[in-house]
Design a protein around this ligand. Sequence first.
Ligand code: GLA
Length: 463
Amino acid sequence: MLTMDMISALRQTYGAAAEAAQAARYRRALDAFKERYGPGQVCVFHAPGRVNLIGEHTDYNHGFVLPMALDKDVLLLARPRDDGAVRLSNIEEGYGDRRFDIAQDIPRASLGDWANYAQGPAQLLEQEYGPGLSGFDGLVDGAPPFGVPRGAGLSSSSALTVATAVALVALNDIDLAGPELADACGRAEWYVGTRGGIMDQFISILARRDHALFLDCRPRADGGANAYDYRHVSIGAGGYAVLVVDSGVRHHNTGPLFNRRVAEGRIGVRLLQRHQPEASITHLRDVQVVPWAELEPLLPEVIHRDELLRLGIDPDTILDGPAGPTSATPDTDRFYVRRRCRHVHSENRRVLASVEALEAGDMAAFGRLLAQAHASARDDYEISTPEIEALVDLANGVPGTVGARLTGAGWGGCIVAVVAQEQVAAFAQAVTRGYRQRTGLTATVFPCQSAAGAGLVYRSDMG
Ligand code: GLA
């Protein structure tokens, strides 16, 4: 039975228009949980995925980002246990069941296994808030059409990490929320072997309906609970829609490619340190105010492993962080330092300019920044694909498109487009039709209607 409490929780989380459909989805999930684990109390946590409007691959360089949460999310239904075991099943067939014991050192499941996204936060929380955290019996629901599309660059995996963290924090009464929790989730995800930043976890936790999140990914020097600067930026006023177009192309095992990009930024930092030992440069952010023309000659277009080793820079350990060694090395001999750093440097400026444009209601200026960001991601960061290029090109050809760019880590996935409200239907038709003609593939267009941030949505007593 869904109570009035539940209806109002759903309205708060997803908005009135989605309430009935979400109620049916929650009911199905609660029934599946009961069938799997029997009657009794259950808590339903949710964590949304995201689309990044602008600020790609800047977060792990302590730069700026502007993501927006989706109303597509991951649900985690959980019932606390008396011991430290976590049992997980998935509402979708084919995922199988998982079980692990919470510990300070949880043996990793095989690379890419979905259990790792739950094991990461469990291990980190046990290390920092244990010992002796209690586990839970859980059911994950990320099924379409309400779930975050997987492997599409919309942060489905971070949503599972965040949902698990939020559940463990609530069920164990841990005093951890907001930016501090998001920061912990960011570190927790390194467990899977990819050295990502904090953007996905922050937006999933701090999301506000109809707002993007402008986040400065550099921790504030004064530390404390609010150790990051951020603010919500209103989106949706002025008759424009934020549309996501999924290319349907999934690139698996992009971890090594991703880590290579992270390594290239860090190598850039190490090379700049050699030129300016007196300046304390720890991240590319530290040279953000220096004009690019001054930095460029200090950074080689490409540098080889041997040369790096001669300079005392070991690419195999450069990804190791405060949390220890990473499991995935960059796995390459050639590092394209100059163009990667140029992307990060210019992208940070575009994020700042975008926030200004949005707050001034200047959509044309925002659109131009989106186009520049796309070109930079394609040419300097080299993370686009032919299918994504086709989508951006088609999107730009529709009257009413303000701007379009690839979104997320890259190598497939989605584009984001800002489109005049009255052109949304025409956009969807033109882009899906053109994409099929050009590639033979099916694109899916959906609006980004942001849901509320991650947390407990509902606690139910099932007889
Ligand atoms: C992935 C990472 C993020 C961010 C983006 C690229 O989603 O998890 O931290 O680096 O790629 O902007």
